[in-house]
Design a protein. Structure first.
Lengths: 240, 227
């Protein structure tokens, strides 16, 4: 479904990603772990071209994102993204946040978008907050709204950039269980996370990154219970 | 000479109030059209520069915009006015008020561009990324997400810029525009009495600038309510 081929990215002289390749198959829940600064967020952000790689290419359903004939906006509509800092639009209510993109992109009519948005909000028990502004919500509520905002676009795949890192500990559970539910429903997901207990049960495949390269890759069981690389062992002993 | 006589000589005798009216009219015309020209130029330059910063495209236009802003902000407006009148339009028969509109509009555009750019940049870049990630284009993200938030930061600074512009039109006298300040000078040169010409004109400026800042305050509150 998604393929990254030999991508490199540098910020100034700082080489953050070194020749990375990876593929994501439909229905997979791929989690990228690694110490901070290893380039995992940059890698995720390169997958939908929010960050443009300097070298290499990304293919989504066979289409090259760097090709000028490919409409990157159309591709992004099919790849939802959830951010560490939620990035809800503070000048709009919860409902307006959700229906902005589908209505302005003329995918749905106003009424249809509202109906679908409200039923999504209902599924996460936030229907009564639909006319609230983001500043009136808790961190966990904000992130769950950000997730259903992305879901309303009916994406084929979703990217999560450290979705629980900005949350108070007691709110992490509500976000991870929503992600788990999404995964159980068959959503293809690529997740950058530090929440190891969640990752263990959630991931169908795990990638360990360090210094801009992929060091080890395998199932959650292989990575967490039978790590081969010394750096991975050291990392796991620190985060466990 | 009593106060009444001095006032009479300044305003009423020989219909001298006509100078003030003419000056006021020219000041308003120059300020009004220069603000509009300034906004048009400023918005264009700000968007070119922001689009460049976001996409890396429009390199040449971005460079021109940068040069324009630096040159205008780095030289006195009086000089810009004189260069436009005495150098650029040297041998062209052109209305001097129009020269004023052009000069002050071009000058204001540079400041407006920087005000808008700063307003846009004050918005967290995650907002832009969130817009992109939902499939919105640069222009749609700007229009529906960035600008509605940035306007609250832009408006007060823009109001200040317009008030400054209105007052700065007084240097139009350098190239012989009969605007408000020049009008007071003309009257004073007839009466050899500077008190009333200067005070009256100062009051007129004050009324206009106070009115303008009221108006800006009103718009701010209206926008504040909407958001």
């Amino acid at each position: 479904m998604l393929e990254a081929k030999n991508i490199s990215k540098s910020f100034g002289k700082n080489l953050v990603l070194k020749n990375i390749s990876l593929t994501v198959e439909e229905g997979e829940r791929l989690v990228i772990i690694g110490p901070s600064g290893c380039g995992k967020s940059t890698l995720l952000r390169c997958l939908n071209y929010i960050e443009k790689p300097n070298k290499g290419k990304v293919l989504f359903e066979g289409r090259d994102l760097s090709d000028s004939r490919v409409d990157i906006n159309k591709i992004r509509m099919k790849m939802g993204m959830v951010f560490q800092q939620f990035n809800l639009f503070p000048h709009l209510t919860v409902l307006e946040n959700m229906i902005l993109a589908p209505t302005k992109l003329k995918i749905m009519r106003d009424e249809e978008a509202k109906k679908k948005a409200i039923s999504l909000l209902e599924s996460i028990d936030l229907k009564d907050k639909k006319d609230f502004y983001p500043s009136q919500l808790s961190g966990g509520q904000k992130q769950r709204v950000a997730i259903v905002r992305a879901m309303l676009m009916d994406p084929k795949m979703m990217l999560f950039d450290e979705p629980t890192s900005a949350l108070d500990p007691e709110m992490i559970g509500e976000v991870t269980s929503l992600m788990q539910k999404l995964g159980d429903d068959g959503m293809t997901m690529v997740v950058v996370s530090h929440e190891m207990n969640f990752v263990k049960n959630f991931a169908t495949r795990v990638i360990f990154m360090e210094n801009g390269t992929i060091i080890e890759e395998g199932s959650a069981d292989q990575i967490f219970n039978h790590p081969k690389n010394d750096r991975l062992k050291e990392f796991l002993s620190k985060v466990a | 000479m009593g106060i009444w006589e001095s006032f009479y000589n300044t305003v009423i005798y020989d219909n001298r109030y006509m100078y003030i009216l003419e000056g006021l009219l020219n000041t308003i015309i120059i300020a009004f059209f220069a603000v509009i020209l300034g906004i048009v130029i400023g918005v264009l330059v700000a968007i070119v520069r922001n689009y460049h910063d976001n996409s890396g495209k429009l390199k040449l236009l971005n460079m021109l915009g940068k040069i324009y802003v630096n040159v205008i902000r780095g030289t006195p407006v009086v000089l810009q006015l004189m260069i436009i009148y005495y150098v650029i339009f040297k041998s062209v028969d052109i209305s001097i008020v129009l020269v004023g509109v052009l000069a002050f509009g071009i000058n204001s555009g540079a400041y407006v561009a920087e005000i808008i750019r700063a307003g846009i940049e004050s918005i967290d870049k995650g907002q832009m990324e969130a817009g992109y990630s939902l499939g919105l284009s640069y222009s749609k993200t700007m229009r529906y997400i960035i600008l509605p938030q940035a306007i609250k930061n832009i408006l007060p600074a823009l109001g200040n810029e317009f008030i400054t512009l209105l007052k700065e039109t007084s240097v139009g006298a350098y190239i012989g525009i009969i605007e408000l300040t020049k009008a007071s000078d003309i009257i004073a040169s007839r009466t050899y009495d500077y008190f009333f010409p200067l005070i009256i004109v100062a009051l007129i400026y004050l009324i206009m600038t106070l009115g303008l800042s009221k108006l800006v305050g009103l718009m701010e509150r209206k926008l504040g309510k909407e958001c």
